[in-house]
Design a protein around this ligand. Sequence first.
Ligand SMILES: [Ca+2]
Length: 460
Amino acid sequence: MGCGNKELLALYPSPSTLYPFFYALSALDKIFIYAKNMYRVMKVIKLLAALVLLLPLSGGVVFCASAHNLGSSPPRFDSTIMLQGFNWSSWKTSPWWNIVESKAGDMSQAGINLVWLPPSSDSASDEGYLPRRLYTQDSRYGSSAELTSAITALHAKGVKVIADIVVNHRVGTGNWADFTDPAWGPESVCSDDEWAQGKGAADTGKGVPFARDLDHTNAAVRKAITAWLAWLRASIGYDGWRYDFARGYGSKYMLMYNKATKPAFAVAEIWDDLDLNNTDPHRQALTDWMDSVGGEIKVFDFTTKGILQQAVASGEYWRLKDAGGRPSGLIGWWPDNAVTFVDNHDTTVEASSSKSWPFPSDKVIQGYAYILTHPGIPCVFWSHFFDWGLKNEITKLAGIRKTLGITSSSNVNIVHASQDIYAAVIDNKLAVKLGYQSWDPGSGWSLSVQGNGYKVWSKK
Ligand SMILES: [Ca+2]
């Protein structure tokens, strides 16, 4: 499967694995030693045999060192630009779906062609993350009719729409677990849930203390979830999924939902703790998880988010280059499957204080100058785009990405990554600098856009 660091090492043969091969060749030599003509033939056979052995090895190494880097699937050259279509407080502006609909033109103008909406099912919490009646699409964000109208308007502008799928857990309609719409019994709840009356199997992932953890090993539960997802696609018009709290249940069950519903785009939320002094285990865990689903589901690049915000906060741009000279986030290893972002509904200060992990507010535009010029699939946050006065600047950066054809698989050549300056050339046609030190890519380039702490050039 996809090769992370461990797999990369495995591609190099140890000398001992080659000994039997050479012994075999040596034995064959003895058999043909007296036949001069055949000796020449053997030289050719040996050469061919060596090529057969070495080609896949060198091919593997070359593959892993290529622009596509370390994923198991071929590069997709995906030019998607995504928008998170809400923040933690969006439900207060009701109906939110009408706001989203009214902004479809702005999104399309910026080249945004995919929007992630908040959970749209009836929920016990305003923000939607305590789903109650799944098929009831009237919520604090608006009515079902307003939701489908917004999706229709987005589709008309060429913008696909993904739903926020919360299936790790669910709450009862009147009490802890009296599930209705659809009706499920106690066998749908994990045996180790705090409700203590769940008749299902033990949780296959992490549990949450504020709702009932669902038993995904139960075929009836999986069938019901799959039917609901299919209905969201067919009747509400969603194109794909953002899976909430992917650490909450086994990835093999998510893969079953994904295979059964064939979303146009699927990304999972895996938010592990990041040690800034040792960041590779973080992206290795994301890589391992994606390997477990055969690369079919993308993940948010929390590694890049954490490293990037620390880098711009303190001018520690050396953090943006790894030991192999690649970007140090997930985009350095598996960019096609990395959804990069600056902030989301959880990380901004307006969300709960325990999850708050905000990008430095005066450096947010530097964050966009990075993710909109680099590989991966950039996801713009609603608040930054519509509420922070950054719409025009983000639109310009997104425009350069589109004009120059920068994609999820673009190649990064890091020119500088040191204290106070980062500079890189992408696909040999875009140059970007972060920080306040002076640098330019030289002649043959024209400055395309600049702002607080960044510059971007295009090759003439
Ligand atoms: Ca769980």
